[in-house]
Design a protein around this ligand. Sequence first.
Ligand code: MEV
Length: 357
Amino acid sequence: MLSEALLVSAPGKVILHGEHAVVHGKVALAVALNLRTFLRLQPHSNGQVCLNLPNIGIKRAWDVARLQLQDTSFLGQGDASAPPAELAEKLKEAVGLPEDCADPERAAVLTFLYLYLCICRKQRALPSLDITVWSKLPPGAGLGSSAAYSVCMAAALLTACEGIPNPLQDGKSTGRWTVEDLELINKWAFQGERMIHGNPSGVDNAVSTWGGALRYQQGKISPLKRPPALKILLTNTKVPRSTKALVAGVRSRLLKELIDMNQHHLNALGVGHALLDQLCHVTRAHGLHSKLTGAGGGGCGITLLRPDLEPPEVEAVKQALRNCGFDCWETSIGAPGISVHAPASLDAAVRQALGGL
Ligand code: MEV
């Protein structure tokens, strides 16, 4: 068992093409964003396992000895044996999660406990740990914040419990895992995502694990060797939405054989939003093309910034979007996947958010 603090980070994502279709076996093209989630794992010996989520003001602690006594055989071996809703119910009962624990805390806590109990029970005794997760990604906006959370959690717990080695070498600021280890991280992160989303395609955790740009179809991950050097403008409509509900809505429409799907595909799938249409209108007036990204229903849209655009043109469209009440960031894509960091290599804001390092 690890004795020192471990720091890991994983990126969010945007889907350039194929959201929703990917859940039904089609190809998606996804890229990692340079907005990341950071996790600090501190082993200790106070008999507790603690989860701190400063973004949503949550601090929860469990008695390790009590968790150790629970029968958790229903969790299986991370092989998706039972439907996630059933697992979540049984887990809630086993750990005595209070009824007042609502989303997003509920999803974050259940995912953590699921991964902790599955990964760490291979140890002689469940370890006493303090885990803090802090993110630059807006939650529930289609940018893969839950996947980045699951990827960080899986990587940190596997490393702490010696399921995979710590790849940070002495004197280096960052370390990355081998392909074999990334596959294990991704497998567990997908199980974590199932606890949150029910029936995800797995594209979000794949791009957060591997980073860069990748083609994803039915679990097959094909990293692009030369990712396009695209710059995009990322705009948050700030309309809250639930990926789980939107994915379920598309599934039920597909079962009813919707026929007008080839016209404005995603709108026809019922995952558009008036404010996403407004975003497209505003950028079109500046000669730029936009689409929703992720599950839709609100959340974020992306606008392709052509290389020939001059900075004042980009500024003008950003101002027009802000005038609509949206947040937007110019961002580059293809950020590195899950990584481990030396504390001194992280910027001061991240170190402070993780409880001071
Ligand atoms: C993923 O960010 C968005 C959806 O494609 C769902 C999924 O792939 O699991 C809508």
